[in-house]
Every structure is written in structure tokens, then in C-alpha cells.
Design a protein around this ligand. Structure first.
Ligand SMILES: Cc1cc2nc3c(=O)[nH]c(=O)nc-3n(C[C@H](O)[C@H](O)[C@H](O)COP(=O)(O)OP(=O)(O)OC[C@H]3O[C@@H](n4cnc5c(N)ncnc54)[C@H](O)[C@@H]3O)c2cc1C
Length: 414
């Protein structure tokens, strides 16, 4: 028997187990998936939890529900990858051999990277919403918060779902309006980028929305420390932003396992071929999702497209065929803008988000880079799609793994 081992049973790992179980001959291959946690979180729901739009129950389920029969599921911490012996070391001294390895260990927040962030004010006046614990603590805080300076902040790029902090600011605007206390809250959006987003056309559209909602924007802010005693964040150029409530997205990093195994870059992301998803250093190791260093968005939708292409490449690798360099960086993200509306963006490595219709040219029903209620319904439907289709590896109709140029008002990006 040969062994295919998947590290991480989050979005990407679970999808790969579901794709591969029906494609690898059972008499020849054993598939094993390993994760440290029993719970599978719907992370996009962490955006809605602080505003009491979703309940805790709606964003977490038992991971084992989604691992198909015929796949070994181990709940263990992974300590080390040893490519020289093709083995993985788990806690309790367990050693697992592999013929093919898929790394899907994602990215996590590292608030310790910034002085003062995870200090005595953590979860008192300084919060994150990128973890289940953070989103829940923030929900409890917001329920009784009486207003003041709310600062929504990104520490550094890349982060998973780079639009989520903007969505948080938009949702905060409508949350406080609905509570009849918007006049008591000053919202400031602080980013290390030169604008609201990484791509020029979307930045323009999003900047307009920030203005419309009276959300102040502070750009090019490279945080050095949180001065929790005086309620301000300070950047390397000594400029300061004051807060009463700081909602930050801490540095995102790959798991320490990748650093221990000597396989990552400065942020523990794995150098990966951007078309084939094979790691650059080892031909029998592949990487998917947030764990890679690809210049694509770190998003579940991206992982979903990658999984379709990676499945084919794993089969090609096993059969000794040349790998396809087909992944084009395709990302498809809804941006919740508050008051029951959302934008949709669809882009890849070479094409930035533009206006148009999706998925059917001239028809839609979803509008690209424009606010609409249908887009909002798409965003809310995503949770059902995630639990019932996406992580089960079921193809989502009309949405191809590579980006379609049809229905889009393009100008080629240089
Ligand atoms: C607030 C927020 C909003 C988001 N919104 C969207 C959205 O609207 N649309 C979208 O497409 N995406 C969104 N995302 C991003 C999306 O959730 C992630 O990109 C996606 O989950 C990545 O999947 P992954 O499998 O690469 O990583 P994960 O799903 O994070 O899985 C990694 C797994 O590896 C395990 N692991 C790591 N290290 C070890 C170890 N040493 N031992 C054992 N197990 C280990 C972890 O426990 C985890 O289960 C959002 C994310 C957040 C935080």
C-alpha cells in the first residue's frame, strides 16, 4: 500500500480528502488526514458573529462529519515534516510515512508579533475577529459598548480574506445605525496599504463606500506597537491613531510546524509553484490554500478552485505524467457592505476585479463591483454552499476553477 497524507482538515484539506477518496484506487492507496482540532469552523462567519447576525452554532461543526468514509482521520498535533525520510512526526512520538504529502495547514493570527497587542487589554479594548474566540469576545463587548472611537486595523499583508476588515467597518456602520447610536461612534479604517484594497479599480469603488458611510481612512500605516495604556496605535514613522475600541487583524502566519520543518519563508508560507501547486523544494509534496506563498488571495473560494486543479495534478504525479500549470489565481469574493447589500469581485493573477455580470454575461444575476441585494443574498447563501457543497468537494455549477473573462468590462492589467 502507498500512503497519501493530508496535513490539516480545514477548508482545503477536507476538500482534498473528498476529491481524492473516489479517485485513488483503494487497493493501492491509504489516505490519512490529520488535524489538531475536532471542530471545523466556517471562518467567513467570524465576520458576522460580532454583530449578532450569526450565532456560534452556525459557524462550527464537528470536523469528522465532513471526512469521507475510507479516509483515516487523526486528531493530533503535527510536529514535523521530514522530507529526507518522507515521514511526518505527530505528537506522542507517532511517525507516519508518506509517498505523497499535501500541506493544508492554513494561516493563523500572531498578535504576539506586535508589542502591546496581546497585552493586558487583549479582549478588553483590543480585539481580533479572525478567531472564533476573538469574534465571540467582540460580540459580547459590542452588545454593551456605549460608543467612542472604533478603529478597524490591519497589521500587515498578506492576510486571509483581505476584504474582511473592510466588511467589518461597513457592517459596524450599519450595526450602530440600527442601534440608533451611529452619531456616538467615530469609525476609522487603518491599513498598511496605500488604499482600501490591493487592486486599483476595487480600491476606487471601496474608497467611495468608505466616504459615503463616513468612515475615515488612514493609509500607509505600518504599526510598530500598541500603546494600550494611552489607547493608541503607533507606526514606525511615529504617527498615532487613538482608539477606544481597537479591532485589529494581527499578522497572519503559516503554522510554526512549517518553520520547524525548514520549509517556509519569513512568514512560514511554503514556496509553491503558482500554476501546479507542487512545492518548489520537494516534488512529492504539494501545498494548497492559505499555507502557500502564492500571490493569490488567501480565501476559501481560492482553495476551492485550487482543489479541483490539484486533484488532477496529484493523479498526474502518481501516474508519472507531466503536471498541468493551470491554476490562474482565480478568486471570487463577496464584499458585504451593510444594510443588506454586497459587492462581488472576480479576479485572478493577471486580471484585476472589474465591473460586469456574473456568472452569465449580460444577465448576471450577480453584479460585479457594484452593490446589490442579490449579491448580499449570494454572500448569505455561501454558508450553506460551504457546509453542503464546497468542503464536500462538490463542483459549484457555473463557476469554473479558472477565471472566465466573459461578461466583464476589461482593460488588460499591465
Ligand atoms: C473573518 C474571516 C472571513 C473570511 N471570509 C471569507 C469569505 O468571505 N470568502 C472566502 O472564500 N474566504 C473567506 N475567509 C478565508 C477562509 O476561511 C480561508 O482562506 C480558508 O479557510 C483557508 O483554508 P485552509 O484549509 O488553507 O486553512 P484552514 O481552513 O485555516 O485550515 C487549516 C487547518 O490546519 C490545521 N493545522 C495547522 N497546523 C497544524 C498542526 N501543527 N497540527 C495539526 N493541525 C494543524 C488547523 O487546525 C486547521 O484546521 C475568511 C477568513 C476569515 C478569518
Amino acid at each position: 500500500m502507498k500512503n497519501l497524507v493530508i496535513l490539516g482538515a480545514g477548508t482545503s484539506g477536507t476538500m482534498m480528502a473528498n476529491h481524492l477518496v473516489s479517485k485513488l484506487p483503494k487497493k493501492e492507496w491509504t489516505i490519512t488526514i490529520i488535524d489538531q482540532f475536532k471542530t471545523h469552523y466556517y471562518q467567513p462567519g467570524f465576520l458576522f458573529l460580532p454583530f449578532d447576525i450569526y450565532t456560534s452554532k452556525q459557524v462550527k461543526k464537528k470536523g469528522e462529519k465532513f471526512i469521507p468514509k475510507g479516509v483515516n482521520y487523526l486528531q493530533k498535533k503535527i510536529e514535523l515534516i521530514q522530507p529526507e525520510t518522507n515521514t511526518v512526526q505527530l505528537e506522542d512520538g507517532i511517525s507516519l510515512p508518506y509517498d505523497v504529502l499535501i500541506v493544508a495547514t492554513g494561516t493563523k493570527t500572531a498578535p504576539d508579533e506586535i508589542e502591546g497587542m496581546k497585552g493586558p487589554e487583549w479582549y478588553k479594548s483590543v480585539f481580533d475577529f479572525y478567531t472564533y474566540e476573538g469574534a465571540k469576545a467582540l460580540r459580547n463587548k459590542l452588545r454593551d459598548w456605549e460608543g467612542g472611537k472604533l478603529v478597524v486595523h490591519i497589521t500587515e499583508m498578506p492576510i486571509k480574506c483581505p476584504v474582511a476588515p473592510l466588511e467589518f467597518a461597513f457592517l459596524a456602520d450599519s450595526y450602530f445605525k440600527n442601534k440608533g447610536m451611529r452619531d456616538k461612534v467615530e469609525i476609522t479604517y487603518v491599513t498598511p496599504l496605500g488604499g482600501a484594497f490591493t487592486k486599483p479599480k476595487a480600491t476606487k469603488a471601496l474608497h467611495y463606500l468608505l466616504e459615503e458611510k463616513n468612515i475615515k481612512e488612514v493609509t500607509d500605516f505600518n504599526i510598530e506597537r500598541v500603546d494600550y495604556e494611552n489607547n493608541k496605535i503607533i507606526d514606525y514613522g511615529d504617527s498615532e491613531v487613538e482608539y477606544d475600541l481597537l479591532v485589529t487583524v494581527p499578522t497572519n502566519m503559516g503554522d510554526a510546524l512549517i518553520e520547524r520543518s525548514g520549509m517556509g519563508d519569513d512568514l512560514n508560507f511554503i514556496p509553491t509553484n503558482k500554476g501546479s501547486l507542487q512545492t518548489k523544494a520537494h516534488e512529492n509534496i504539494f501545498a494548497i490554500g492559505d499555507a502557500t506563498d502564492l500571490p493569490a488571495s488567501k480565501a476559501g473560494s481560492v482553495a476551492h478552485f485550487e482543489a479541483e486543479i490539484l486533484t488532477e495534478n496529484i493523479l498526474r504525479y502518481i501516474n508519472g505524467e507531466e503536471l498541468k500549470e493551470e491554476f490562474d489565481g482565480h478568486a471570487n469574493c463577496f464584499i458585504e457592505t451593510g444594510n443588506g447589500k454586497a459587492l462581488l469581485i472576480d479576479f485572478n493573477y493577471t486580471h484585476e476585479p472589474v465591473e460586469g455580470e456574473f456568472p452569465f454575461p449580460g444577465v448576471g444575476p450577480l453584479k460585479l463591483l457594484k452593490e446589490s441585494r442579490t449579491n448580499h443574498m449570494g454572500k448569505m447563501a455561501f454558508r450553506w454552499i460551504y457546509w453542503n457543497m464546497l468542503i464536500k468537494g462538490i463542483h459549484i455549477p457555473f463557476v469554473s476553477a479558472t477565471m472566465s473573462e466573459k461578461g466583464k468590462n476589461f482593460e488588460e492589467v499591465q
